[in-house]
Design a protein around this ligand. Structure first.
Ligand SMILES: [Zn+2]
Length: 248
């Protein structure tokens, strides 16, 4: 069973690989490749939108005489899904992307425009600085200034955030204050009640002494005589303390 599928091949003793005929491939040979569209495009013929990720069969070929840093650029021929018009696109190794060559237009992608703008600025700056020490110094100074501005803005944002955080702490403190205030108020009320009771007791004590004095002087009790009122007496003293009042 082991020899059923042999992978090694027999080479006769007179085998010479140099004698093999070279397979001559034409330079613009096309290979069939099934792939997916790397970007959304619109057909110029029928106006049909073909979306990114659409699968299609294409013919791939080398773009003759076009390389980027020694990397071969490829061209793909494919057809519109609606009108079958031939569309072509190329690889773009410089931007690690693809470019539509003919038959269609690429849909607008805002991030791509941004990238292009940034690239353009960078290139412009480089060309300006080429051999101009003063300009490069100027640019670097501007860069550091911008960086400092950014840091300042960041600091400001941080402090704003911390300010927001302290608001909640303040609220917490206020809540604590409120509870302690309530406690104090309750204590004060209790104190007041105690003072009132003491005054009542004192008043009654004074009245008792006065009554006793009058009784000794006049030999009878003057029930009708108005006695000096020390404190406006509360008609209903607290129940629990009423029990403590001395009985006469
Ligand atoms: Zn079309």
């Amino acid at each position: 069973m082991g020899e059923r599928k042999v992978l090694n091949k027999y080479y006769p003793p007179d085998f010479d690989p140099a004698k093999l005929p070279r397979a001559r491939r034409p330079k613009n040979q096309q290979i069939k490749v099934r792939m997916m569209l790397p970007m959304s495009i619109r057909c110029n013929t029928c106006g049909n939108y073909i979306y990114k990720g659409t699968k299609f069969n294409s013919r791939k070929e080398d773009v003759i005489g076009e390389t980027y840093l020694g990397i071969q650029i490829f061209r793909f021929y494919f057809k519109c899904t609606k009108c079958s018009a031939e569309l072509t696109m190329k690889t773009d190794p410089q931007n690690s992307d693809y470019v539509v060559e003919s038959g269609a237009t690429r849909n607008f992608e805002p991030w791509r425009a941004e990238d292009e703008e940034a690239d353009g600025l960078k290139r412009k700056r480089e060309s300006e600085e080429m051999g101009d020490a003063m300009k490069s110094l100027e640019n670097r100074t501007l860069d550091s200034k911008r960086e400092m501005d950014i840091l300042a803005a960041l600091d400001e944002m941080k402090s704003m955030k911390s300010r927001h955080a302290t608001v909640t702490v303040d609220e917490m403190l206020a809540a604590l204050q409120r509870t302690s205030d309530d406690k104090e108020k309750r204590l004060e009320e209790e104190d007041e009640a105690l003072i009132k009771i003491r005054m009542i007791l004192l008043e009654e004590f004074v009245m008792k002494i006065l009554k006793r004095k009058r009784k000794r002087r006049f030999g009878f009790q003057m029930g009708t005589l108005k006695l000096p009122v020390l404190v406006q007496r509360d008609k209903s003293p607290p129940k629990n303390l009423a029990a403590k009042q001395p009985t006469h």
